[in-house]
Design a protein around this ligand. Structure first.
Ligand code: APR
Length: 400
């Protein structure tokens, strides 16, 4: 129900809302369709580390007020092993810039508020079932409205920003795009604790019992990750066992006790990556998790989503406002270059942080002193001692 000339944006995550804000500001007729409620979208805890380039994109479009006001810069990570730890102050290295820690749900709330304030149209509770006719100039979204009644929306273009399980991906006929997929063979139990951060750095523990991660979210909320057995449910460990396991892997007895608090969210993620190529099927263009899924090991997901959303919105504006179709034709290629760079680094992080071979919740790795384990420690040692390796790390860690 745009006038048929504009854009339907599927999904009100970072990708959809950045695109919609830019389109709306340029006067392009656009509507966002979101399956969840407004409240759910504004409060869903996800990622939180914004790269400097992401902040610049948000600034360029007047979307960074909250990030600037409430975000905290962060430029240190700490690697821990069973014998040692070292800090990498990446802000001063190759990247020369820090991350900004800002919970993704706060960013989404800001983007939503600004979009609506400026007259942007969004409908909640509408779940797209399929995109039809994307191989022609009048694509349609087949959806159910909040009362469950079928509705159809049509536009000139559809921005598929509805994540990995959304309708956009599903609607592309088999064989029309390639899906490159990688299962890293590793699972993480993601935990959100109502507890202050335990260290003033992102913590990565490489341990025979498995990987553990620590990431600050705010003064009183911290995200932790524990490598867990594939197929184990989120409740396989009790709350006490979770803190125990985190303490062992993060070396709390040597490096300082963890600041505990209630675990308010748990979910198991199987570390998987995929990339669709091209990110376009006719009038349907993909951005964010709908375009490419990236393992959370290097916190690249939200940053890629924002970067792609800007490129996509600007390409739509070039076409719909200025009659220039070239940016839209180049959209997929321009994104894929950056996506593969990010995938390469995330894959490198996965291999740095996890051993190979059998792993279970009770024993950790079944052979903690194998060849692969020695290689990982050698890689960490190189990162600890080599300035050029540190520069390379910093450049990739902070950049997209
Ligand atoms: N119809 C309408 N909306 C849908 C549908 C559908 N069929 N399916 C999903 N959605 C909505 C979801 O409810 C969600 O609000 O699409 C939105 C997708 O948002 P995200 O999952 O946040 O994806 P994206 O904007 O691409 O941002 C990627 O989010 O998953 C994290 O770590 C990831 O940080 C990365 C970022």
């Amino acid at each position: 129900m745009t006038n048929g000339q504009g854009v339907i944006v599927l999904g009100a995550g970072p990708a959809g809302l950045v695109s919609a804000n830019i389109l709306n500001d340029a006067g392009v007729d656009c509507v966002v369709l979101e399956r969840s409620t407004r409240e759910h979208v504004r409060t869903r805890a996800r990622a939180g580390y914004l790269a400097p380039n992401t902040v610049r994109i948000l600034e360029r479009h007047g979307l960074a007020e909250g990030v600037r006001r409430r975000g905290r810069t962060h430029g240190v990570c700490e690697f821990r092993t069973e014998t040692t730890r070292f800090r990498l102050e990446y802000e001063g290295l190759g990247a020369r810039e820090p991350h900004t820690v800002y919970p993704q749900q706060d960013l989404v709330a800001d983007l939503l508020a600004r979009y609506v304030e400026r007259g942007g149209r969004i409908v909640f509770g509408v779940e797209a079932q399929a995109v039809l006719g994307a191989d022609g100039p009048r694509p349609e979204v087949l959806a159910h409205d909040p009362d469950g009644a079928p509705v159809r929306w049509s536009a000139r273009y559809i921005a598929g920003c509805d994540g990995r399980h959304g309708a956009a991906r599903r609607s592309i006929p088999a064989g029309a795009v390639r899906r490159h997929r990688m299962d890293h063979g590793v699972s993480w139990l993601g935990l959100l604790a109502e507890a202050p951060p335990s260290l003033d750095a992102v913590g990565y523990a490489v341990h025979g019992r498995g990987f553990a991660g620590h990431m600050a979210r705010s003064a009183d909320v911290t995200r932790y990750y524990l490598q867990c057995e594939r197929g184990a449910g989120p409740d396989a460990w009790s709350e006490e066992q979770v803190w125990q396991e985190l303490s062992v892997r993060l070396g709390a007895d040597r490096f300082g006790a963890l600041r505990r608090g209630p675990i308010v969210q748990r979910a198991v993620v199987d570390l998987e990556s995929d990339v669709l190529e091209p990110l376009r099927y006719g009038s349907l263009l993909l951005a964010g998790d709908a375009a490419s899924l990236i393992s959370p090991s290097a916190a690249k997901g939200a940053n890629l989503a924002v970067l792609e959303a800007e490129l996509l919105a600007e390409a739509f504006i070039a076409e719909l406002v200025h009659g220039d179709s070239e940016p839209l034709e180049r959209y997929s290629h321009r994104c894929l270059e950056r996506i593969w760079r990010a995938q390469e680094f995330s894959g490198w992080m996965v291999r740095l942080l996890h051993g190979t071979g059998g792993f279970d919740n009770t024993h950790g790795f079944d052979h903690a002193d194998n060849f692969d384990n020695a290689l990982r420690h050698s890689r960490l040692e190189s990162l600890r001692t080599s300035r050029s390796h540190q520069d390379w790390f910093a450049e990739n860690y902070v950049g997209v």
